[in-house]
Design a binder for this molecule. Structure first.
Ligand code: FES
Ligand code: FES
Length: 168
């Protein structure tokens, strides 16, 4: 890389960021994504690695974006919730599990992007997780609305959809 630039693939598109204009060397990835690039689906709550809200995918695997510098994403692929639409089986599973008759996977929605991206990472590694696997995989996340049961059901639904439609 040019030492004053970061090159990455952001939500499927090549992206070049310039130091001073788009980021500062001390800024976290969550700060740059959210405050500089306007990707507000990246939620920041604790800003200390303890809640999972800021989870994004780095090369398809979940990371806490508040715990890494933006410069550490240089040369890598970063995915935020903004990249997912209703064609994504995991996003759809969470939406379905929050609809009338379910209603428990999401209340305020603050934690949801982090959970959806964590679920994608989990299912990419383990397409048929047990309830225990799901609990363990999501254990770094906090939902202040207490939707934990519904979130587990959403991940189970996502696993079923992914096995029918292919891929997390
Ligand atoms: S905001 Fe990053 S873990 Fe809480
Ligand atoms: S749905 Fe409100 S924090 Fe999880």
């Amino acid at each position: 890389m040019n030492s004053n630039e970061i090159s990455l693939v952001l939500n499927g598109r090549p992206c070049r960021l310039r130091e001073g204009r788009d980021y500062e060397a001390h800024e976290t990835l969550s700060h740059v994504l959210r405050e500089r690039l306007g990707l507000t689906g990246v939620r920041v709550s604790c800003n200390a690695g303890a809640c999972g809200a800021c989870t994004v995918l780095l090369n398809g695997r979940s990371v806490l974006s508040c715990m890494m510098l933006a410069v550490q994403a240089d040369g890598q692929s970063v995915t935020t919730i903004e990249a997912l639409d209703s064609s994504d089986p995991v996003a759809r599973a969470f939406a379905e599990e929050s609809g009338p008759g379910y209603g428990t996977a999401m209340q305020c929605g603050f934690c949801t992007p982090g959970y959806v991206l964590e679920a994608k990472s989990l299912l990419a590694e383990n397409p048929e997780p047990t309830r225990e696997d799901i609990r363990e995989g999501l254990s770094g996340h906090i939902c202040r609305c207490g939707c934990y049961k519904g979130i587990e059901h959403a991940v189970e639904r996502a696993a079923r959809l992914c096995s029918r439609e292919g891929g997390a």
